[in-house]
Design a protein around this ligand. Structure first.
Ligand code: FCB
Length: 480
């Protein structure tokens, strides 16, 4: 479905973005903040997981990370240097409620309140995500996302945060990538809490969807400004291989995409998802009235995109290929799809091993626009990990990262093509503002447009940051 004008490789330049299109960058609390035990913060599932030997590369943890908790003001100044118009950050639930319940910790609220004030003072639009995976451990001990009470607790948390920041935050995102929370957290076990159960993964899908709906209701009841409400999904751009490709796409599309867009935007789970997972569950955890709660109007749908996925029905004989881009730790993130395989795709690849394919972003935006024509969209994450080297000349440190510049240029081109085709695309938040704790890969993967030296906490603008600053100033994709 990709367009036919422009360079086939998406290396276009000179494309201008409209006024109002928000150029920003994104981070997440556990990945950058550090200060894991300060000012009353309780433990999250990622503290437990990263401190469990063998779960994260090199035994890395988020204890210190980018020390952003102490350096937030100078980090905001770096955003000004880049000319960022928006900043997508997440709020650590265990800083607000150390056990996931009870009154808010004032110091936790103050940290984010100061951050929001600091953004506004610098003319940067705050986009706040309530949940980017750092569930209070105490709630996990009660069942985490497999139980309904966690969704209810999330609504209380949303109300506390909304009451404190709901006069200034411009965009509220309830959840980041519930796909990862459910299927990597409770299915494959690659992410915290490291559970490997197909049933738990599907229970988590529903309770996350429910948490989203309840949180929007809670926010609406307390905010005093006129914010936009949103959720961020990592929808999978699926391609089928061979004669069984279409059936494989249908099945994975149900688990990966329609399990979220169905209830969120159509008010119903897809019937084929129930059929495909019937041996695992009868979905009786979906209670009367839940779908109405989940199906809230969204002012903007957040879209995270990195690469594409190639699937086929497995013949059951040859070794099953599982090149789905996720860390293989034993469990499956695909409940009910043991007959599907994930095929390697043509390169080039990023350091994550993910194939680079900007046409997938264009295709995803066009497909969402076709299915939900009146739904505004925002790219809430896109970016790439590459090995970066620091070079010093004339005493000035530089990071020449031409591969990341090329990746961004091609994906901004894809976004521009979607805009030109009529998609209501509101902005683009590059992942990530700075190198950070990349979950199971620890500090081994660098996604930042700003380099972080983890020994000194020194920040260095990479060439990609300078490229982005030029794009933001001119609103026009610079020549590579
Ligand atoms: C997304 C996550 C984000 C980051 C990028 C690379 O799945 O939302 O935190 O890890 O991938």
């Amino acid at each position: 479905m990709s367009s036919t004008t422009g360079n086939p490789d998406y290396r276009d330049s000179g494309l201008t973005f409209p006024d109002g299109f928000l150029f920003g960058s994104a981070t997440a609390s556990y990945q950058i903040e550090g200060a894991y035990d300060e000012d009353g913060r309780g433990p999250s599932i990622w503290d437990t997981f990263s401190h469990t030997p063998g779960m994260v590369w090199n035994g890395d943890t988020g204890d210190v990370a980018d020390d952003h908790y102490h350096r937030w003001e100078s980090d905001l100044d770096l955003m000004v240097e880049l000319g960022l118009e928006s900043y997508r950050f997440s709020i650590a639930w265990p800083r607000i409620q150390p056990t996931g319940r009870g009154p808010a910790v004032q110091a936790g609220l103050d940290f984010y309140s100061n951050l929001v004030d600091g953004l506004i003072a610098r003319g940067i639009t705050p986009i706040a995500t309530l949940y980017h995976w750092d569930l209070p451990q105490a709630l996990e001990d009660e069942g985490g996302w497999t139980v309904r009470s966690t969704a209810e607790a999330f609504a209380d948390y949303a109300r506390l945060v909304g009451a404190a920041l709901g006069d200034r935050v411009a965009v509220w995102t309830t959840l980041n990538e519930p796909w990862c929370s459910a299927y990597l957290g409770y299915g494959s076990g690659a992410h915290a809490p490291g559970v490997t159960s197909p049933l738990a993964a599907l229970q988590a899908v529903h309770h996350l969807n429910l948490a989203h709906g309840l949180a929007i209701q809670a926010l609406r009841s307390v905010v005093t400004n006129d914010p936009q409400y949103s959720i961020t999904l990592n929808l999978h751009v699926l391609r089928g291989s061979g004669p069984t490709g279409a059936e494989a796409v249908r099945k994975i599309d149900a688990i990966a995409n329609r399990a979220f867009t169905g209830p969120l935007l159509h008010g119903a789970y897809p019937p084929d998802l129930f059929v495909d997972t019937a041996a695992i569950t009868d979905w009786s955890f979906v209670l009367e009235g839940d779908l109405e709660i989940i199906n809230q109007p969204l002012d903007v749908l957040g879209v995270n995109y990195y690469s594409t996925t190639l699937v086929a029905v497995w013949d059951g004989v040859s070794p099953r290929q599982m090149a789905d881009g996720h860390k293989d730790v034993g469990g499956s993130p695909w409940p009910g799809a043991d007959d599907i395989e994930f095929l390697p795709q043509p390169g080039p690849y990023t350091e994550m091993g993910w194939n680079i394919d900007p046409s997938g972003l264009e295709e995803l935006l066009l497909a969402l626009h076709a299915e939900f024509p009146s739904q505004p969209l925002m790219i809430t994450e896109n970016g790439a990990a590459f090995d970066d080297a620091v070079t010093v000349s004339d005493g000035i440190a530089r990071v020449h990262d031409p591969l990341r510049v090329d990746y961004l240029q091609r994906h901004f081109t894809a976004a521009h093509r979607a805009l030109s085709a009529g998609v209501d695309l509101r902005g683009y938040q590059v992942w990530s503002l700075m190198d950070n704790f990349e979950w199971g890969y620890g500090y081994s993967k660098r996604f930042g447009i700003i380099r972080v030296d983890y020994d000194t906490q020194e920040r260095t603008l990479k060439d990609s940051a300078l490229w982005y600053a030029a794009l933001i100033t001119s609103r026009t994709i610079p020549a590579a």
